[in-house]
Design a protein around this ligand. Structure first.
Ligand code: NI
Length: 256
């Protein structure tokens, strides 16, 4: 069963000592497609370089809300230019993060988020959205761009918000936290999410699923997430892997 990790930061320095060995090992471990998102210009360039080096790797390019301090026209132009690379499949990760007090001010995050949704609209690429403790504003802003679709990565909003996003054509991404004992909202959200709108992601090197919680994460842990979701949906893990594989291809426009 092929697995599609729709969100893994192999451009992160956590992988510096193991990157090529680890990436080379993934297809044999069943991980046959990976999207590597950028969080700023430099990491977006690194994502594109990885996508050019490995057949099964694709890139998203964008400026993350936690990393947007000082971003201006030069940075946005650089991201726009990267969108022309043939293996760039999305604008991301972009969005809002109100969790950390030291993050750039909310109004500035919103401005950079809007500018990148405009870029997604202009390039007809899907958006990979990071929304942490900013559900109301994230939803309000994506509503301003009804032509833009994509994925709410590591979805953490309410079932009601999920319903509205699904109605608008968005996908929802699920990660290691679905395996944590305190996962309360996720089963409710998954219950109302049609199978054809679920994608699986590790967010490596972060968010390792149980039983590897706290360790550096990588795409080989995807089966723990797939199994949990399959159990909630009452289907086999093989079927869930197949469905999320097809969903990943459709979301990122990679269908043959
Ligand atoms: Ni991420």
């Amino acid at each position: 069963m092929p697995l599609f990790d729709t969100h893994a930061h192999y451009n992160d320095r956590a992988f510096d000592s193991v990157r090529s060995e680890l990436l080379r090992s993934l297809p044999a471990a069943g991980v046959c497609a990976v999207v590597v998102p950028g969080v700023d210009v430099e990491s977006s360039r690194a994502a594109v370089a990885l996508a050019e080096a490995y057949d099964f790797v694709y890139a998203a390019v964008g400026i993350h809300p936690e990393d947007c301090a000082g971003a201006g026209e030069a940075e946005l132009s650089a991201i726009r230019a990267l969108c022309r690379s043939p293996k760039v499949v999305a604008v991301g990760e972009i969005g809002l993060d109100y969790y950390w007090a030291e993050n750039p001010p909310g109004a500035f995050q919103q401005e950079i988020f809007r500018r990148q949704l405009e870029l997604a609209r202009e390039t007809a690429l899907p958006a990979v959205v990071h929304d942490r403790e900013a559900h109301g504003d994230s939803l309000a802003i994506v509503r301003e761009y009804p032509e833009v679709r994509g994925v709410f990565h590591c979805y953490s909003g309410s079932p009601e918000m999920a319903e509205e996003l699904l109605k608008r054509g968005w996908y929802l991404g699920f990660d290691g936290p679905v395996t944590y004992k305190n996962a309360k909202r996720a089963p409710e959200v998954v219950a109302i999410t049609p199978l054809d709108r679920i994608v699986v992601e590790t967010d490596a090197p972060y968010l390792s699923p149980v039983p590897h919680r706290g360790k550096r994460n990588d795409s080989r842990n995807l089966p723990y997430i797939v199994e949990k979701l399959a159990g909630w949906k009452g289907i086999s893990p093989e079927k869930m892997a197949q469905i999320t594989w097809e969903n990943g291809l459709r979301l990122f426009g990679l269908e043959e």
